[in-house]
Structure formats: structure tokens, C-alpha cells
Design a protein around this ligand. Sequence first.
Ligand SMILES: Cc1ncc(COP(=O)(O)O)c(C=O)c1O
Length: 373
Amino acid sequence: MNIAPFELERLFAQHEFRARFLLSASDCESLSLADLLALADADSRMRWERLSLGYTESQGDPVLRAAIAANYEQIGPDEVVVLVPEEGIFLAMHTLLEPGQHVIAMHPAYQSLHEVARALGCAVSQWPVTVSSGRTGWQLDPGLLEDLIQPATRLLVVNFPHNPTGFVPALELFEAILDTAGRHGLVVFSDEMYRGLEHDPAIRLPSVVDAYERGITLSGLSKTHAVPGLRLGWLATRLPAFVDRLVAHKDYTTICNSAASEALGLMAVRATRRIEDRNLALIQANLGRAQAFARQYADHVHWLAPQGGSIAFPAWVGPGSVDEFSRRALDQRGVLIVPARFFGHAGPHFRLGLGRANFPKALGQVEALLQQS
Ligand SMILES: Cc1ncc(COP(=O)(O)O)c(C=O)c1O
């Protein structure tokens, strides 16, 4: 398979555990094992204590699948496959796509959302998220989606709340997207890794898997639940036979999930609301700090408001390029800031991670950098 290096993951592999501060991390401050156990209900604690460390069911623990399915309207436990989130993208694309088919994917994006399809021999068209006309946030043009559709188009890939911009479409736009997909018989792969972290809960969209019969939803515990080290997520779909075909592909990746992760994951899924509230409080506080920072340093940073998730994608408008700014932040202040090109974007943006507890300290380092230059 001729697959391109995953630029963002290679960058993190180099710096994530070496840089003093991560100002572009997409996850929220991780829970400790003690935090998670303190959130657990009696039943999942009992399961944890009695856990056998054997192989597990390939599709995922039925009790965990039932807990996941309970968070959807149209999905039952048999329509859920538990897996590593990134594995979910890889396996879904392998299960769905044939060489020569056409895929439309939002852009910029978490690279695997388009690169796996390209490496499988599909043509991929970018559907761009662009700076809104008022230059205060982001937008997506539904007319352009219609124009991008070809006879060979099989799949539309969306990601709301969007990584890296934090864009969440209004309900009318979301419905228009699904209406377009429906009229052209497209499968919609919806990456919902940040769903539940909308800054205003009123704008939370329905899950695609509930709203659209030919939808596949990817979700997981890495962002909204603050336990990325469990390496656990899921695909949910009502597409006939898709689950069986995907599980057959899974025999070539992980076969089944870690028993310990599934038992701990059950605690996290059952505590969804409480963990979301904890993460949102962190994000809201850091969002306020980021906005104040952008106001104070308006000659360096142009703020573009995110509406959901633990990330923002402001523009660097200071002297030099965003790459130079990012290099100086790392070299002089030990702060990792990821510039736009790691999301395949040519603009002067950088990703800001809003979910970490040491965000104020990391921002303080950037402030010192800007004051010294
Ligand atoms: C949009 C999106 N999808 C999928 C993933 C993959 O999640 P994981 O790293 O937990 O496998 C990420 C991780 O950053 C992401 O941002």
C-alpha cells in the first residue's frame, strides 16, 4: 500500500513527550485511573475487579456495545463495532471502497480521513472549510458539495465538530448536506470524535448514524471522554452487512480489543455526561484566555471562533511565516505549536488545543516570546 506519512502523527511522535508544553494537543486533560474509577458505577467496578485478561469478542464486549448504543436513537448493540478510533477509519475505508471510486472529504482534515482512500486507489476531492465572509469563523459551501459529486462518487467524509477549525454547521446546513448525499446515494462517513464538546450544547447536531440511513459514525473515548490511552472507539452503522464485513477485516489489524481497555471504557461511556461537563468547563476557561490573548496580540494572531471541540485554528498575522513562529516557539520556549501545513492547509493558521490544564502556562510562554520579539 502506497500510503503517505501521517505528517501530524510523525510530528507528535517526535515532540509529544519531549516538548515542555503542547499548545496544539487535540485531546482534553487525561483522566487518571483513579479519576475514572471514582466515576465508575458499581457494576462496571465489579466487572473490572473480576476481569479475565483473555482474548475478547472481535466486535467488542456486548455490555460495552449496549452502553454505547444507548447513546444513539437508531442503533442497537449489534450495529456497533468497538475498535481503536484510527483503526476505525482504516477499516471502514478498506471495507467500503474499491479502486477507481471517488470520495469527497472535508479539508483541511485529520490526514487519515482522506489519505487512506487515496492510498486505496480512489480519487479524492477536497471540500474546503473556509474562513467565513465576516472573517470571524468558518464556513462550508453546500453548493460546492453538489458540484463535486461525480457518477463514481461513493463516499462523503465529514467531521463535526471539525478538526482543526472547531467548525460546527447549523442544523439546516447539516440537513442540506445529508439531503444532497441522499439524492446521490452516497455513504456518509462521519467522524464524531469531538461530538459532545460543542461550546453551546444547543448546537449539538444529531449523530449522522441516527439522521441518515447510509451513515457510518466514528466516535470514541480519546477526546470527549479524556481517556485516549485506552485506545478505544467505535463505528456505528445501519448499513446492512457492513458490520460483518468490517469485523472480517479487523482480523488483520487487532482481531479484538484489550480486555482492560474495554472494562475501563465501560466506566467512561457510562459516565459520558459527567466527563463531557468536566472537559467543557476546561475548554470554556481556556477559550476565554485564548480570545483575550488574541485581542491583546491582534497584530500577531487573528482569532477565528470555533464552535465545538477542544481545538481552534487561528491565523498567524505577525512578522514572518507561521512555520517560523512555530519553530521559534519550540526552540526558544519549548512550546509545540502545529502549523497549518500538517493538516494539508496552505494558509497561515496554527492549531490551538484548548483542553489541557497547563494551557495558561503554555500561552504565557508564547506571550513571553511575542514580547521579546
Ligand atoms: C478527527 C479525528 N479523528 C480520528 C482521530 C483518531 O483518534 P485516536 O488517536 O484516538 O485513534 C483523531 C485524533 O486526533 C481525530 O482528531
